[in-house]
Design a protein around this ligand. Structure first.
Ligand SMILES: NC(=O)c1ccc[n+]([C@@H]2O[C@H](COP(=O)([O-])OP(=O)(O)OC[C@H]3O[C@@H](n4cnc5c(N)ncnc54)[C@H](O)[C@@H]3O)[C@@H](O)[C@H]2O)c1
Length: 448
C-alpha cells in the first residue's frame, strides 16, 4: 500500500519506517525542513533502539521524507496524521491537527481517486468526526464517505521500545466512519499476522487510547499514594506491594506452580512520578474533556495531583540532610530508561527544586543530557561520565531506572564520606548503602 505519514516525531517516524520495513511504500511529511533533510541523508533524528538500522534498510527504496505535503498525499492512497497534540492552557491543543487536516483536505480537492485520512495522534473523543472530518470536507469540497474515508488509529507504542512495540503489536485498533475506510485501514496492518485487530468507531478508538493511558497513570499514582502512606506508617511499600502482587489475579499461578509476573505490575511500584510526552498530557486532556462535558473525574484529577506532588517526596529528605552549597548528583534525565526524551520528566522538577534550595547539581544521563540542558539551562553541571559525576557527591538522587546505574553500590563502596542515596525508583535495597532514603521506604528507618 502507498501511504503518507504527516509528522515525523516519535510516532510518525517509527510508524513510517516500520510500515516501510514490512513492505509498504511510505512517504513521511514534516514542516521541519532540518528534520526532513536529516532523515533523507540517513541521520535518524530520534534515539529509538533499532530505528536507525531499519531506516537505513528502507531509505531510498520504500521510504523517503519530504516537506511537500501536497505531493505526498497525491502520490498515496492513505494518510496517517501523526502530528503533536500538546495540552494547552485548559484543553488539548488541536492546532497541528487542524493545520494538517486543512492541508490534506486542499490536496483531496484535486485527487480523483479514493483516499483515506486516519488520525494516529492521540485526540479526545469526537475530534476525528467533529473537527478533522468537517475540515477535510470544507477544504476538499467533497463528502466524507462516498468521496474519501476518515478514520482513527491510535498508537500504543512505548518510547524506548517503540520499534519492537510497533513490529509486535499486542492490538491494533482501527476506527472508521464506514466499512470501506475500515477495510483500507485493515489493509495497512494485514502484514501483521496473528494480531488482534479491533474494528470500531473513531470515537471509541479515541476513547480506548485515553482510557489505556489513564489506567496506567492511575495505577502509578495509586502506588505512590500507598508508598507515601507506608513511609509514614513505618512500613516498606516494596514489601506491601510484593504481598499485593502475590494475589493470583495479579500474578497468575501456572499448572506447574510457577508465577507469571505481568508487565502491568511495573505500574504498581513506588516512584517519584510519571512523565513523558503521553501520560501527563493525556490524563490532563481526558480530565479536561470530562469537565467540558459535565462529567466529574475525581480519580483522574487525583492521579494528576499525586503525580504533581511526588517529585517533592524525593527532594525533601535530600534538602533536609544537606547544607547549602553541597553537591548533589542526579542520575537520569530521561523520563524513563532507553529513551532520550525528557518531556515532563520528574528530573525537570527535581533539579530546579534542588537548585532553589541552594544545592549544586550535577546531572548524569547516558543519552539525554543534550535534551535536558535545553530545558534546565546553565545552572546545572552536565556530566556524561558517571564516575566524574559521582566524584565528591554529598548526595546521589536516582530518578531514571537506567540499567547502567545497577552498579551504583559498587561505585560508591569505599567512598568516604558516604553520600546520601535518595532512590526515586526503589531500584536498590536500603542495605546496599550506608545512607539511604527512598520513596515508600520507612522514614523511621532512614539514617539521619
Ligand atoms: N511519543 C509517544 O510515545 C506517543 C505514543 C502514542 C501516541 N502518541 C501521540 O502521537 C502524536 C505525536 O506524538 P509525537 O511524540 O510523535 O510528537 P512529536 O512532537 O515528537 O512530533 C510531531 C511532529 O509533527 C510535525 N508537525 C507538526 N505540524 C505539522 C504539519 N502541519 N505538517 C507536517 N508535520 C507537522 C512536527 O514538526 C513534529 O516533527 C501525539 O498525539 C501523541 O500524543 C505519542
Amino acid at each position: 500500500m502507498k501511504l503518507s505519514v504527516i509528522g515525523t516525531g516519535y510516532v510518525g517516524l517509527v510508524s513510517g519506517v516500520c510500515l516501510a520495513h514490512v513492505g509498504h511504500d511510505v512517504v513521511c511529511v514534516d514542516i521541519d525542513e532540518a528534520k526532513v533533510a536529516r532523515i533523507n541523508r540517513g541521520d535518524c533524528p530520534i534515539h529509538e533502539d533499532g530505528l536507525a538500522e531499519l531506516m537505513e534498510g528502507v531509505l531510498g527504496n520504500r521510504f523517503r521524507a519530504t516537506t511537500d505535503l501536497a505531493e505526498a498525499v497525491a502520490s498515496t492512497e492513505l494518510t496517517l496524521v501523526a502530528v503533536g497534540t500538546p495540552f494547552g492552557e485548559e484543553r488539548i491543543d488541536l492546532g497541528q491537527i487542524e493545520a494538517a487536516a486543512a492541508a490534506v483536505g486542499a490536496e483531496l480537492a484535486k485527487k480523483n481517486s479514493y483516499h483515506v485520512v486516519a488520525v494516529k495522534s492521540t485526540v479526545v473523543p469526537g475530534t476525528t468526526e467533529d473537527v478533522v472530518l468537517p475540515i477535510l470536507e470544507k477544504e476538499s469540497g467533497k463528502t466524507a464517505g462516498p468521496d474519501f474515508g476518515v478514520g482513527m488509529n491510535p498508537e500504543f507504542l512505548r518510547e524506548g521500545v517503540a520499534v519492537a512495540d510497533f513490529l509486535n503489536p499486542d492490538r491494533i485498533v482501527i476506527g472508521g466512519i464506514d466499512e470501506r475506510t475500515l477495510d483500507m485501514m485493515n489493509g495497512l496492518y494485514s502484514l501483521f499476522p496473528n494480531t488482534d485487530v479491533m474494528r470500531t468507531t473513531p470515537r471509541t478508538a479515541e476513547m480506548i487510547k485515553y482510557t489505556a493511558n489513564s489506567l496506567l497513570a492511575t495505577l502509578i499514582s495509586f502506588s505512590n499514594e500507598i508508598a507515601n502512606m507506608s513511609a509514614v506508617v513505618g512500613v516498606d511499600s516494596t514489601d506491601v506491594m510484593r504481598g499485593v502482587h502475590l494475589d493470583h489475579r495479579f500474578s497468575p499461578i501456572l499448572a506447574d506452580g510457577t508465577r507469571v509476573r505481568p508487565a502491568s505490575l511495573t505500574y504498581l511500584e513506588a516512584g517519584c512520578g510519571f512523565g513523558g510526552s503521553c501520560f501527563p498530557k493525556d490524563v490532563k486532556a481526558l480530565a479536561a474533556y470530562a469537565r467540558s462535558v459535565g462529567v466529574p473525574a475525581p480519580i483522574l484529577e487525583g492521579a494528576l495531583q499525586i503525580n504533581e506532588d511526588q517529585p517533592a517526596k524525593l527532594v525533601e529528605p535530600v534538602v533536609g540532610a544537606l547544607a547549602p552549597g553541597s553537591k548533589v548528583t542526579v542520575l537520569g534525565a530521561a523520563f524513563k530508561p532507553d529513551t532520550d526524551d525528557v518531556r515532563e520528566s520528574p528530573t525537570l522538577r527535581i533539579v530546579p527544586a534542588l537548585l532553589a534550595a541552594g544545592l549544586k547539581v550535577t546531572l548524569h544521563d547516558p543519552i539525554a543530557l543534550e535534551n535536558a540542558a535545553a530545558e534546565l539551562g546553565a545552572d546545572v553541571i552536565y556530566e556524561d561520565d558517571i564516575d566524574l559525576a559521582l566524584l565528591g557527591a554529598d548526595a546521589v538522587v536516582l530518578v531514571t531506572k537506567w540499567g547502567t546505574y545497577q552498579d551504583l553500590p559498587q561505585k560508591l563502596a569505599g567512598v568516604d564520606p558516604q553520600p546520601l542515596v535518595a532512590d526515586g525508583r526503589r531500584m536498590f535495597g536500603a542495605d546496599q548503602f550506608a545512607r539511604y532514603v527512598g520513596i515508600g521506604y520507612p522514614q523511621s528507618a532512614a539514617p539521619a
